[in-house]
Structures are given as C-alpha cells and as structure tokens.
Design a binder for this molecule. Sequence first.
Ligand SMILES: Cc1cc2nc3c(=O)[nH]c(=O)nc-3n(C[C@H](O)[C@H](O)[C@H](O)COP(=O)(O)OP(=O)(O)OC[C@H]3O[C@@H](n4cnc5c(N)ncnc54)[C@H](O)[C@@H]3O)c2cc1C
Length: 401
Amino acid sequence: MPSVIIVGAGPAGATLAYLLAHRGVDVTLLERQLNSSREFRGEVLMPSGVEAIEEMGLMDAMASVPHQIQESITLYLNGSLVFSQEFDAELFQGHPPQAISQPHFLEMVIGQAEKSSHFKLERGASVKELLLDGTRVVGVRARTHEGERHYHADLVVGADGRASAVRKHGGFESRHVSPPLDVVWWKIPCPKDWPGPSVFMGKGHFMLAYENADKQLQIAWLILKGSYSKLKNRTSNEWLKEIADHISPKLGSFLREEEDELEKPFLLDSVSDCVKQWSIPGALLIGDAAHTMSPVGGQGINIALRDTIVATNHLVPALFSEDPAVLDQALKAIEKERMPEVRHIQRLQGMPPKVGFSSAWWSEPLRRLVAKILARPGARSKLAGRVKAMPFGVTKVRLRD
Ligand SMILES: Cc1cc2nc3c(=O)[nH]c(=O)nc-3n(C[C@H](O)[C@H](O)[C@H](O)COP(=O)(O)OP(=O)(O)OC[C@H]3O[C@@H](n4cnc5c(N)ncnc54)[C@H](O)[C@@H]3O)c2cc1C
C-alpha cells in the first residue's frame, strides 16, 4: 500500500489526509500542537473555498461547524462612506462567503478522516529534519512526547504553514511577493446593528471588521511591518486616537464604549511569499508552506483547500503506480496546475495595501479617485469583474473520481 507523511494539520494538511486516506493511501498526519485551537487560524471562507469543501463531500458535516454568512460589503475612505453593497446571493450559487470557526472545521475534517482505517494522526509531533536516501526524501525525524521518532513513507508533504520545517530542511528557496505587514487583531463584542463586513481605508491605514462565527466583532488593522514596536505600549485610549480618524464616526463611538477591550490586541505578522519550486524528489509543499498568503481578501484557506484537491488528483494514481519517477512527475504537475492561480491572487492581494499605505504625494489624490469611481455602481461591477479571482478563484478545481 502506498504511504504518505503529511506534516501539519491545518486546512491543507487535514483535508489532504482525509482525501488520500479515503482513497486507500496510508496516511500519517503529524501535528505539533495537541489540539486545533492552539494556533492562530484565519476565518473567512470565500465561495471558492466553500465550493472546494463541497467537492470533498464535506458539506453535510460542515453544518456542525459554527459559521457566520457575510451578506454585504461597505467601504469607507478617511472615515466617510464610499459605498455599501449587498451581495447578489445568486452569484455565489449556494457558496456564500462566511466566517467559520477554524478549530471546529479542522476537528470536523479529522473526524471524517478517522473513519478510514488508512488514517493515523499523531498530535504533539513536531518535525525537525528530513530523512534522505541519497538525494531522495524518504521520511522525517520528529520530536514527540515519547521522545524522538523516525517516520518513513513514499512521500513527505509539507503542509506546515508559513514557518515550514519541510521548506527549511528541504532547502526550498523562496521569493517575497509583497511587502510584509503587521496585523493588529482585536475581538470585541459585536454591536447589535452591525451592517456587515466593512473596510476602512485611509492614509497609512487599512482596517477590516466583520462578525465572526462566535458572533464577535473581529477587527484586523493592517500596518506596515515594524510599526507595531512603536505602538505596542499604547493604552487603549491612545489606540482609539490612532485609529479614530480613519473609521466611521459610528464605529468610533462604539469602540469608545468598548475601550477596555482594546487594551491588549493580538499581533500577527503577515508575509506573502512563494517557493521557486514546490517539490524535490520525495517531498512536496502545499498551502502556506509553498506560498504564504497575506490576510488581504481572506484567501489563504481557500487556496490551501484548492491545492489539496489538485494534489489528490495527481497523487493518487502516481502513488499507486509505485514508480518514484512517476511520482516526481506528478509533484511537478501539481505545481504547474496551481501556480497561475497562486500568482494571480498574490498579485491582487498586494494592491490594496500599496494604495492604502503609500504616503507619496500622489497617493491621497489616487485614493480619492478610486473612492469616486467605486461610489458608482456601474464602475463597481466592472471592477468586481477584474477582481473576481478573489471570491471565485482563477482555474476550475474539481476532484476526480
Ligand atoms: C492575520 C491573518 C489573518 C488571516 N485571515 C484569513 C482569512 O480570514 N481567510 C483565509 O482564507 N486566510 C486567512 N489567512 C491566511 C491563512 O491563515 C493561511 O493561508 C492558511 O491557514 C494556510 O493553511 P495551511 O494549512 O497551509 O497552514 P496553517 O494553517 O499554517 O497550518 C499549518 C499547521 O502545521 C503545523 N506545524 C507547523 N510546523 C510544524 C512542524 N514542524 N511539525 C508538525 N506540525 C507543524 C501547525 O501547528 C499548523 O497546524 C490569514 C493570515 C493571517 C496572518
């Protein structure tokens, strides 16, 4: 029976393990954490991600995962309303954008994988090294609660996120796609009349706020990398002053009421990069390990799920061929099929921060011009056509039988 080690039980690793195990591949999933709620996890799923979950046959099980459907989008520039638009439900064909509880989602996927006798999960196993036979990867060394262990398989998949050990130890080279950002992250009680996802753009500021699956208001404030060290000792009142000029007066007064909740934001750094090649003999990278996604536009989980479907299509026949040369060709085919979408989405993700953060003389007039254009519904629908890759992806991703 062919065997695979998957490193990391995030969206990419957990769903790949589920799909391969149910197709008769012996899967060992190694996850360094003891449960799915220990790490920060992104939350927003786009229609392309919901569709991927449906392709995997997980829609019924998805009903048990707490979620909050997002029904509109509102944009503010320097605190003034530019537009507010309800989403056209028909356009999403039953796959509306939604904020999900990622820990619940991952536990649901793992529960489904456990129904296969080909699936094994080891929690608390942190991969430290790749094992080689000549130049071919044949396994990993991991630190576990029982001490150090060696695991061997026909293929090692690195789905271990943006600080991937498989990327590091496999000598994969990467290139940065857009400037790194810091994200200041607050969760506060959601106001009763919250209008739906709102974006607040202004000189050097870019903020997104939405109601999450716990019915809380999730606020993500994107700032240029390094700015946080100047801000981290601020009191909640100073935080308020810093952001008040850039958000709507209504949100400003709500935040003033909830001032105590702003005291201790959570800081996340955000990177956008891509490895130059996704595989070496015997090892493949997928998800953030291959192409770390910025939080802009809620894309990373969706792209990771879509990587998984394409990887399954290529890996299953190649693994059953039991020919290492066929397997290595399949690894290259996965990269070739996924790169156009990853490249395009990463380029789109880089644009809003470029416009939002620039302090060049032309940037404020440009922001005002963009706002004027976006205020017109006709121009908005033209622009929506240009960025439709964000909700719908670039390529058709279908799971083969
Ligand atoms: C602030 C912020 C907000 C975001 N919001 C969104 C959003 O709303 N929507 C969206 O689609 N994307 C969002 N993203 C991006 C998204 O979180 C990632 O793109 C996505 O999680 C990638 O999934 P993954 O499975 O590839 O990696 P991860 O989710 O990072 O999972 C990797 C897993 O590997 C494990 N691991 C790591 N190292 C090892 C090791 N050595 N051994 C064993 N296990 C290991 C980790 O514990 C983890 O469970 C956001 C990103 C940031 C930074």
